[in-house]
Design a protein around this ligand. Structure first.
Ligand SMILES: [Zn+2]
Length: 455
């Protein structure tokens, strides 16, 4: 029998299992001694492992951080690495259905996790079953690894690596087809200033989101109101000014975007401070900010406008605040090209870190992930995808975000999103087509066969 026919035979199993997993509200909760991420993620893991035991696979629970099912023998391990935890959801966020009661309409499933990532886990379960049905020779151990903490820190996968080591070939069904062969490196930084006449400044709520709204309080008459208004109006920037006795309160309304694509947002901090400078304010911090960041999202102010054939460095400022004693602090999120190292980027930046108006300090760095297109891993997965779907237009891509793949060696993201589709992941009305999950399972069967064939 061919793979497609075998996969289709599991259609009801797939829908039934996914419904069961979606009904467990596996958002991170209060930790208990044997439930590091709360009781619901633990329940989701136990349920998924039970399903795989019913399928007669060997299963292992690693302290309720994560668990896996294993099929085959051999020295090498092929990992499929997904997650069972989900981000919160409630009817008030605009869901048309109960997010934790999976609903089917015209072949489409709705519910939190149907796509990210419970659907992918269930599709992977089906792939394992079909692979066994096919009785292909299995010379490696195939593990379906299921974590419980991907959304809030990936401590689950760290625990897996500590206990079981890395895998020899792996993919995480938590990105997109036909695969993500590079993920940019990251530099988290803070900038600080003790040298400002601003009376207050605050904005942003997340480090990895372009600041959508920022408010500054200045002394009266320290800038030209007309120049400020002209600057904002000429650039179609939304803003408001409140004139109080002890100063002016100015707010800029920008547009949020993910820090990996800052060019899609409007950074309220940047527009507000550049606007004040244009309007003639004399302030060492404003000068510092405008020279190091300004309106650029390419790092040019810090001397790190860098790019490789796969993409450009991006820079995004998220949160800013002023402490009681007048010290300004803000967060910066830098994503650098997949073929570069953090060391090289920091070296380019070193001379630009400090002046009288402020300083930039590095908090954390994460090296990029990169596998060449012609590596065995990338080419095997891509071939499986294009042979099953017939799609030769889309190619594996590189991204600015990070997936599980950064936490375990020899692994890239592969699926579950098909090109150009928006499944409302992390949003209201998350959905997936049943046929898409079946297609995903079929691609995974072929991908596993190709990985098994590697000598
Ligand atoms: Zn995910």
């Amino acid at each position: 029998m061919n793979v497609r026919t075998l996969v289709t035979g599991y259609r009801d199993t797939l829908v039934h299992r996914l419904g069961k997993l979606v009904s467990i509200k596996s958002v991170e909760g209060k930790p208990y001694p044997d439930a590091p991420f709360g009781l619901a993620p633990k329940a989701a893991l136990e349920t998924a492992l039970n399903m795989l035991r019913e399928d007669r696979f060997k299963t292992v629970n690693l302290d309720n951080y994560c668990g896996y099912a294993e099929y085959g023998q051999g020295d090498q391990v092929i990992g499929i690495i997904g997650h069972l935890d989900v981000v919160p959801a409630s009817r008030e966020d605009g869901w048309n259905t109960d997010p934790f009661c999976m609903t089917e309409k015209d072949g489409v499933l709705y519910g939190r996790g149907v796509s990210d990532d419970k659907g992918a886990i269930v599709a992977s379960m089906i792939a394992l079953n079909v692979l066994r049905d096919l009785q292909v020779p299995v010379n490696k151990r195939i593990r379906l690894i299921m974590g419980c903490n991907e959304e809030t820190g990936s401590r689950c996968l760290k625990h897996y690596v500590e206990k079981e080591g890395h895998v020899d070939f792996g993919f995480t069904p938590d990105g997109s087809f036909p695969g993500v062969h590079g993920e940019k490196g990251m530099i988290s930084a803070v900038y600080r200033s003790e040298n400002s006449r601003l009376l207050d400044i605050y904005g942003g709520s997340a480090k990895n989101i372009v600041c959508p709204r920022c408010t500054v309080k200045t002394m009266r008459n320290c800038y030209s109101s007309k120049k400020l208004a002209d600057f904002f109006n000429n650039n179609s920037i939304e803003y408001s000014v409140e004139e109080l006795e002890d100063g002016d309160v100015i707010t800029v309304y920008g547009k949020a975007a993910h820090a990996s694509t800052p060019e899609l947002g409007i950074n309220a901090i940047s527009w507000l401070l550049v606007g004040l400078k244009e309007a003639g304010i004399q302030d060492p911090f404003v000068d510092f900010y405008c020279s190091r960041f300004g309106l650029a999202t390419d790092g040019s102010g810090l001397n790190i406008k860098l790019a490789d054939e796969f993409g450009e460095l991006t820079l995004s400022n998220g949160i800013i605040s002023m402490s009681q004693d007048g010290i300004i602090q803000g967060t910066t999120d830098i994503r650098f090209p997949v073929t570069m190292t953090a060391k090289a980027v920091l070296k380019a930046m070193a001379l630009k870190m400090e002046d009288a108006g402020g300083s930039v300090e590095i908090v954390n760095t994460v090296e990029p992930l990169f596998f060449p297109m012609d590596s065995q891993l990338v080419s095997s997965l891509f071939d499986a995808y294009s042979e099953v779907t017939g799609d030769t237009i889309h190619r594996p891509e590189t991204i600015g975000g990070g997936t599980y793949a950064k936490s375990i060696h020899n692994t890239i993201a592969f699926g579950c999103a098909f090109p150009g589709k928006d499944y409302h992941i992390h949003d209201a009305n998350e959905w997936v087509g049943i046929d898409e999950l079946l297609l995903q399972a079929e691609i995974y069967v072929h991908a596993l066969i190709k990985l098994l064939e590697i000598e």
